[in-house]
Design a binder for this molecule. Structure first.
Ligand SMILES: N[C@@H](CCC[C@H](N)C(=O)O)C(=O)O
Length: 306
């Protein structure tokens, strides 16, 4: 693969990557000098006139961003920052698929080597995320703390919001989950209903979330005993804030698994496999209110954008 550094001054070198087909344009900015304007993000992400992606990721020194100060105070090892933008040019706090692909990109750039089991601490607007590479090549990310913003009441009631999808007769109850970025999870009756959804139109959420939300539509598929213990399975489609329907959303799979686990009640498994249109991700509820996300990261090709 051609390195992204061999672009001329009039070009922007990039690498195209994806995690379970949630795709990204990755740009290396080791000096922290690139002005990633919303217009440039939209042009790069455009699937007809640009490279095409759900999001754009800039790798920059944490010390070059105002948000980097908190990150370096949390962990001085988090010298590289994942500056994440949605395809519409908006800034997002976190991207679970993106942070795995970011780790693979950092390895490509020789800024990290995870082959020996080392951990890469990545700065994000939602704090430091720690990534390791498993022997099978999947990347496991400690996604840090998560919450149900509606608190114990919402969990007891199973909902703190209502979601209306285009074509439905009535809104349905949903649970808000905070992964550093906002999510709203709604359960459907079965896979046929999930497959039939029209997600070309944004779902409406009430009360309207102040900073918008990603909406996960899920079908719990049950639990089973495996050699690694009891695990649960969920199918999911997602409508991402700032993008539209995507084939996967890492933070969204965490939100989906955590909501379904809460709905299942005490004794529900900590480990969940979440099937999305782009593949399967593993989510593990960790002690201390943290969550781990594990899945593939693929660097597909490099190019230069004029
Ligand atoms: N696809 C990402 C989430 C990207 C950000 C999201 N659209 C937002 O605005 O919060 C993931 O894998 O987590």
């Amino acid at each position: 693969m051609t390195g992204p550094a061999d672009a001329t001054p009039d070009e922007l070198g990039f690498v195209k990557g994806h995690g379970t087909r949630n795709d990204f344009v990755l740009v290396a900015d080791p000096d922290g000098r690139l002005d990633l304007t919303p217009d440039l993000v939209r042009r790069l992400a455009d699937r007809r006139s640009g490279v095409g992606a759900d999001g754009v990721i800039r790798l920059a020194p944490s010390s070059s961003l105002p948000e980097g100060e908190a990150v370096l105070a949390e962990d001085p090892a988090a010298v590289w920052f994942m500056d994440y933008r949605n395809a519409d040019g908006s800034v997002a706090e976190m991207c679970g698929n993106g942070v795995r692909v970011f780790a693979a990109f950092a390895e490509l750039l020789d800024l990290a080597d995870l082959a020996d089991g080392s951990t890469l601490a990545v700065g994000t607007r939602a704090g430091v995320k720690r990534v390791v590479r498993e022997p099978n090549g999947w990347y496991a990310v400690d996604m840090g703390p998560w919450t149900f913003p509606g608190g114990d009441d919402a969990v007891a009631r199973g909902a703190d919001a209502q979601v209306a999808v285009y074509g439905w007769r009535a809104a349905r109850p949903a649970l808000s989950v905070d992964l550093g970025n906002p999510h709203t999870v709604v359960a459907l009756a079965d896979a046929a209903e999930l497959d039939a959804l029209d997600l070309t139109v944004a779902p409406q959420v009430q009360p309207v979330p102040p900073h918008g939300t990603n909406v996960e539509l899920v079908v719990p598929l049950g639990e089973e005993d495996t050699s690694d213990g009891r695990v649960g399975r969920v199918r999911m489609r997602v409508f991402e804030r700032g993008v539209g329907e995507t084939e996967s959303c890492g933070t969204g799979t965490c939100a989906a698994a955590l909501a379904v686990r809460a709905w299942a009640g005490p004794g529900a498994p900590d480990t969940w496999f979440v099937d999305v249109p782009g593949g399967t991700l593993r989510v593990r509820a960790l002690p201390g209110g943290r969550v781990e996300l594990t899945g593939p990261a693929v660097l597909a090709y490099a190019g230069r954008f004029p």
